[in-house]
Design a protein around this ligand. Structure first.
Ligand SMILES: Nc1nc2c(ncn2[C@@H]2O[C@H](COP(=O)(O)OP(=O)(O)OP(=O)(O)O)[C@@H](O)[C@H]2O)c(=O)[nH]1
Ligand SMILES: [Mg+2]
Length: 247
């Protein structure tokens, strides 16, 4: 007998040109009866939006699709998706997950379960039990360096601040002031954790095996990398401005 966990989860999945990956991910997520999906598509030129609508028809009442028409971006898609999710009372836990199959759905229940002990649970590569598969050495080193750099500057306690696989307790996520976030890509993920930490949320990390995408193209650009290098400094500067030091 399978026991269905009591917590209902909404998984927000941003998509941009993921037509090969989205049906596979959807099928895997829909195998968990407690899970619903919100697909946030940014008018993908490859037709992922229309495909998402088809999937929503296939799983009525379990999948919603947001078709964004404003300026595209991962951060903007998450902000819109999270607002949508918080307006509705259909989930106890709100999750974030890439749509390129790098984030294996088999870890999802572990992440959801860990929201018992923390406000936000990060699917982490850089803790015991975590791993990265199929990344060239250059990419591995970059990601490791980025995490050390971010932790050193921002003092965030998480070991994997750039992982986009996360589950939030709904009421805790509602306390994170997302309207103040200004970045995109990886930087958005860091900024969101920084805002969560400043709002007093508690963190936990659960090991995941991250698998590099096999289908579709990466959206990691030089601009995204440059923004990532600057963001930690911008975040601590904004904190100093908000709380001037007392002598
Ligand atoms: N809605 C939306 N989704 C996006 C956008 N850019 C990226 N995504 C999605 O965000 C997730 C992460 O993007 P990726 O391109 O996989 O970025 P990455 O993981 O750094 O790069 P890879 O290592 O090549 O996978 C994927 O699910 C993308 O489809 C965007 O502008 N809008
Ligand atoms: Mg990816």
């Amino acid at each position: 007998m399978t026991v269905t966990p009591a917590r209902r989860a909404l998984v927000i999945v941003p998509t941009y040109n993921e037509r090969e990956n989205l049906p596979v991910l959807t099928k895997a997520l829909m195998a968990y009866p407690e899970v619903r999906m919100l697909i946030v598509d940014d008018q993908s030129p490859d037709g992922t939006g229309a495909l998402a609508d088809e999937l929503a028809r296939e799983y009525p009442d379990r999948i919603d699709v947001m078709h964004r028409t404003d300026r595209r971006g991962l951060g903007r898609s998450y902000v819109d998706g999270i607002r949508w999710a918080l307006q509705r009372q259909t989930s106890d836990v709100i999750c974030q997950m890439d749509s390129d199959l790098s984030h294996d759905p088999r870890h999802l229940r572990d992440l959801i379960a860990a929201t018992d002990r923390a406000d936000v649970v990060i699917g982490a590569r850089y803790i015991p039990g975590g791993a990265v598969v199929n990344w060239p050495l250059r990419r591995r080193l970059l990601s490791r360096f980025a995490n050390s750099y971010i932790r050193l500057i921002t003092r965030l306690s998480a070991r994997d601040c750039t992982s986009g696989y996360r589950c939030w307790r709904r009421e805790a996520l509602a306390r994170v002031p997302l309207d103040q976030t200004g970045s995109d890509g990886y930087s958005f993920l860091v900024e969101m954790l920084f805002a969560a930490s400043a709002a007093g949320l508690t963190f936990a990390e659960v090991p995941i095996t991250f698998v590099e995408r096999r289908q579709g193209e990466s959206k990691l650009s030089k601009a995204v990398l440059l923004e990532s290098a600057i963001t930690p400094w911008r975040l601590i500067a904004s904190r100093r401005k908000a709380r001037p030091s007392v002598r």
